[in-house]
Design a protein around this ligand. Sequence first.
Ligand code: XMP
Length: 326
Amino acid sequence: MLCNKRPDDMARINNEALANAFIDEQIKEIREQVGDKKVLLALSGGVDSSVVAALLIKAIGKQLVCVHVNHGLMRKGESEQVIEVFQNQLDANLIYVDATDRFLDKLAGVDEPEKKRKIIGGEFIEVFNEEACKLEGIEFLAQGTIYPDILESDGVKAHHNVGGLPEGMHFELVEPVRLLYKDEVRVVGKALGLPDDMVYRQPFPGPGLGVRCLGAITRDRLHALREADAILRDEFDKCGLAAKVWQYFIAVPDFKSVGVKDGKRYEGWPAIIRAVNTTDAMSATIEEIPYDVLHKITDRITAEVDGINRVLFDLTPKPIGTIEWE
Ligand code: XMP
């Protein structure tokens, strides 16, 4: 039985030496637990699942089977990075599933936020289950559970979890970072050699851009959102805000306003910038963004992204606004 209580005297992993000691200890434990059996992991490309993947690759190599489900709601370049890092650089056993059409077809016309979340969570489990059924000899399921997930499993954030395992899936769990806090997972990821933009990645909701493409998702608006978000991230990287702001993204509502471009009427969606600081995501404050940065982002988004004709800045703290719009 895995221990789920962090020992009182466990040192906070905040340097490479401690991270390496943790990695060595986990490699030993994983090998003992798994033996020569196979382990399955849903690899989203987020910090936790990426660190678990890198740890398991070190411990058991090709006995680990990673499944990356691209639900079509990833940020720009994210699925490509998962393939580059895990398949090309770490030589992992990676199954890449492009399920974009399945997700977007199911979401077509659905505008109710909770319904959208349920569809995305349910479809994710279905796709993952289908892939698991194609594989033989899997006895273990690895998960990127971290300590706050255990502490918070009192239901407060139940709606945040993409979903549990389908009934009938009976795997023993492998959860090597379950006693670590997020900052420690990052230190371990760095020691494992994962790229900085993976290790220091900001939180990204399981339903992805699905909860930022507000209302009923359409492919053209989703595309505009993804491009605008990439510009925001690029500009935050360039001016140093990426390291200072906890979470930042674009949301695009499903209505248009009138604009003018090249002397002609140009109807488009607004892109809303959200940039918040928080320690626990239960409350959040608004980061001061210099006006020149806001102007630069506005100029780029309106010039480079088809369909966007205005850029707005959301000044609402949490509470009263949640961090995500849906
Ligand atoms: P809210 O919008 O509730 O978000 O203020 C708080 C934090 O949780 C993230 N979030 C999610 N994370 N699955 C996740 O894994 C979800 O469904 C989900 N919804 C919100 C949000 O991005 C923020 O960091």
